[in-house]
Design a protein around this ligand. Sequence first.
Ligand code: ZN
Length: 58
Amino acid sequence: MKIEINPNFPIKNCKTCGTRPVIEQTKDRWIILCPNPNCRNAVSDKLVNVTEWNKQNP
Ligand SMILES: [Zn+2]
């Protein structure tokens, strides 16, 4: 299930397509990912790692 990030929350868009990322929760991971599967752009961690996402999508 994909969760939209609050529009007021500052986070970088996908560096490939410019789309705002969404969040997905699995059993033990939080994933920030571009909703466009062609980008294969995701950061998976035990917590929502916005710092890493922003680093990878400057
Ligand atoms: Zn993208």
